[in-house]
Design a protein around this ligand. Structure first.
Ligand SMILES: Cc1ncc(COP(=O)(O)O)c(C=O)c1O
Length: 425
């Protein structure tokens, strides 16, 4: 598999290099040179998740990873289902929260751990990643206990849910967590700065595990196929998918699935009040506002990292950005959406509720809508209980961690401090 740096197309790497490096020169994102057209899609859709995903990923990655190795990687990573729940006659929910950390990031995080373990060679590796909520847990759990791989996770202090924090800041061992006194964009900027520091990169074998790593995106492609596979055949012609979007990795994966030949008519990017993309699609002007805190905090991102990949896909496929649906909901609208969904008999959390409502608003006659449910409702227990006036039992995975003490360090938004911290440990 060949990939190029979107900012500097002359920089070319193979899959192993892209996984190890994460980002290219000037913080450029790697992008596959070729996205193949898959053959018989109906045949693929008839397969079980793991077998189908092995075929899809092998078509993209090619001979660089031996078939047996790739098959084992997929099998070890995808150990849980992604069920499609019917909400009403026209709308389905793709539940991506049945993995160990109850969020869609388990797919990408676990596959990336497998990929890195298989291409790492010798030498130490430090995974440095920023999280706005769920990436941290997925990465921490996926890499927990792996030999010679240290993980450092930055997150915005006080801006993720207490339960999210407990899930990944209580592990210890090779997992260290740092609460940065700033917002998620600042955490992301610190990570980028670290990657730009060649000396640091070399000294600690720096690697990123957030959605900029191509292995994470590749894994996420697979559940879009799983969604269509579970639709009744007569519903597969006019499928519209609404993606709750923050950093736009999930949407990128969906667009790659469409490029591969998955029959999805169009996508909708659904955001919270951090609405850089919906405003851009309306006005043509890219003008991020300061990030604001919302109920759907994992999408509190105003400078989405993966947007260049989205634009690259539209450009290369000759698609028109005007065909990308989008809208933004504020917190009050999110609460109403969650209530409306609950009244329809489906219990969700704020991120999925936004995707559901925007889908409902924009779905046309004859279309079948799918929205992604990116986290288990109990991960946002406080808000869901307050908004719906119900009590939610904690799933076992959360309950276990909820009882443990937090092990995080606290740090100012200061690169020099972070650098010293990374070098010292
Ligand atoms: C629950 C949840 N929903 C949606 C998103 C947004 O996904 P993306 O950043 O790929 O757009 C995230 C990202 O962290 C998330 O944790």
């Amino acid at each position: 598999m060949n990939l190029y740096n979107i900012k500097h197309p002359e920089e070319q790497v193979n899959f192993a290099q892209a996984v190890r490096q994460g980002l290219g020169k000037d913080q450029g994102l790697f992008f596959p040179e070729i996205i193949p057209q898959l053959g018989n899609i109906d045949e693929l859709l008839a397969m079980p998740l793991v077998e189908r995903s092995q075929k899809i990923l092998s078509a993209i990655i090619g001979e660089e990873i031996p078939a047996d190795t790739l098959n084992a990687m997929v099998k070890n990573a995808f150990t849980f289902p992604a069920p499609l729940a019917k909400v009403n006659d026209d709308i389905y929910a793709l539940e991506l929260f049945h993995g160990p950390t109850l969020a869609f990031k388990d797919f990408g995080g676990r596959f990336m751990a497998q990929a890195l373990a298989s291409v790492r060679g010798d030498g130490k590796i430090t995974i440095l990643t920023a999280t706005s909520g769920d990436t941290g847990a997925a990465v921490a759990h996926a890499f927990y206990g792996l030999e010679n791989i240290n993980v450092v996770i930055l997150y915005p202090k006080g801006k993720i849910s207490p339960l999210q924090e407990k899930l990944f800041c209580t592990l210890g061992c090779n997992i260290r967590t740092v609460a940065i006194e700033a917002d998620f964009d600042a955490c992301q900027a610190l990570v980028k700065q670290a990657f730009d520091d060649a000396e640091l990169r070399e000294a600690i074998g720096l690697n990123s595990a957030n959605s900029i790593n191509i292995s994470r995106l590749l894994a996420q492609i697979c559940y879009y196929f799983e969604a269509v596979a579970q639709l009744p055949k007569e519903k597969r012609d006019n499928v519209v998918v609404s993606v709750p979007s923050g950093n736009f990795g999930n949407l990128t994966a969906g667009l790659i699935a469409k490029t591969l030949g998955l029959p999805i008519k169009r996508f909708i990017a659904s955001t919270n009040a951090n609405d850089t993309v919906p405003r851009y699609l309306r006005s043509g002007e890219w003008s991020p506002n300061p990030t604001v805190a919302t109920l759907s905090n994992a999408m509190d991102v105003s400078r989405p990292n993966n947007w260049p990949r989205v634009e690259e896909l539209f450009k290369r496929n000759g698609w028109n950005l005007a065909d990308l649906g989008s809208d933004a909901l504020n917190d009050e609208e999110t609460e109403q959406a969650l209530k409306a969904q609950y009244a329809e008999g489906y219990l969700c959390e704020p991120h999925g509720a936004i995707a559901y409502q925007v889908l409902k608003d924009q779905l046309q006659a004859g279309e079948t809508g799918i929205f992604l449910c990116t986290a288990h409702p109990a991960k946002f227990k406080e808000s869901v209980e307050r908004i719906l006036d119900i009590e939610l039992p904690l799933p076992e995975a959360l309950d276990k961690h909820n009882k443990l003490p937090l092990l995080s360090d606290v740090m100012a938004n200061d690169f020099a401090m972070l650098r010293a911290y990374l070098l010292a440990k």
